[in-house]
Write a protein that binds this ligand. Structure first.
Ligand SMILES: CC(C)(COP(=O)(O)OP(=O)(O)OC[C@H]1O[C@@H](n2cnc3c(N)ncnc32)[C@H](O)[C@@H]1OP(=O)(O)O)[C@@H](O)C(=O)NCCC(=O)NCCS
Length: 204
């Protein structure tokens, strides 16, 4: 894993470098793979695009409360995977493929966006796998790994106030509803105007 401090050949040296090291968040505070009882969360690969497109990215119902619309072709999904890999190269966001460990095939994704001492998460699962408690298992695993990082104190998620499945998934993962944020999130498949969301969090 490329864990470490951001390095810069023209950066500070000696004592200045040591002082900066106290304040710079590691590039990859999270592992590249997290295994749970039924799932493998892993770094995406270009070959995931076809499977993700077929499994859920072209499904408008899956995307209803997301910030993006269903993909019109697998080429869009290939572009999305390229963005995912750029995130891993840059240190954030860190999107994990949620894979069935028996086949290593993608059935969803969960993403960690690192913002200082907070990690913001987003997630999606193929409709054929809904209702089995898989996403709570993935959320718990990612939140657990996040909150063991010395630099991370809070894991948060926002969801549309009408996204009852996501609300339940967060509550079953031990997240606490902290409030309702009006006119906060644009979910273009529901409305072009920003909508109310709930803010959920787990902290240590
Ligand atoms: C939200 C989501 C990740 C939940 O994942 P999951 O693994 O199905 O979660 P669970 O199995 O714990 O089910 C959570 C709730 O979904 C609902 N649900 C279960 N099966 C369902 C089905 N077949 N169809 C619709 N909703 C269903 C139930 O309300 C359930 O709550 P309950 O356990 O109290 O009955 C999944 O529904 C999904 O991918 N939705 C589309 C993407 C999305 O909205 N992401 C979140 C953005 S904030």
């Amino acid at each position: 894993m490329a864990e470490g401090l951001r390095s810069d050949a023209a950066g500070p040296v000696g004592r200045d470098r040591q002082i900066m090291a106290l304040y710079i968040v590691p590039m990859h505070p999270l592992p590249e793979q997290i295994d749970t009882r039924r799932l493998r969360l892993r770094r995406p690969e270009p070959a995931d695009a076809e499977v993700i497109y077929a499994a859920y990215a072209q499904d408008p119902l899956v995307c209803r409360y997301l910030a993006w619309s269903s993909h019109e072709s697998v080429a869009v999904t290939h572009g999305f995977i390229a963005e995912c890999l750029a995130g891993w190269a840059a240190g954030t966001p860190l999107p994990y493929v949620i894979a069935d460990p028996r086949t290593n095939a993608a059935i969803g994704m969960i993403e960690a966006r690192i913002r200082s001492t907070t990690i913001d998460i987003g997630y999606v699962l193929a409709r054929s796998r809904w209702g089995g408690g898989l996403m709570p298992e993935a959320i718990e695993a990612l939140a657990g790994a996040s909150l063991t990082c010395p630099a991370i104190f809070r894991v948060q998620a926002i969801c549309d106030v009408e996204n009852h499945a996501s609300i339940r998934a967060l509550e079953k993962s031990g997240f606490t509803r902290e409030g309702r944020l009006e006119r906060y999130g644009i979910h273009p498949n529901v409305s072009p105007e920003p909508r109310a969301v709930f803010m959920y969090a787990r902290v240590r």
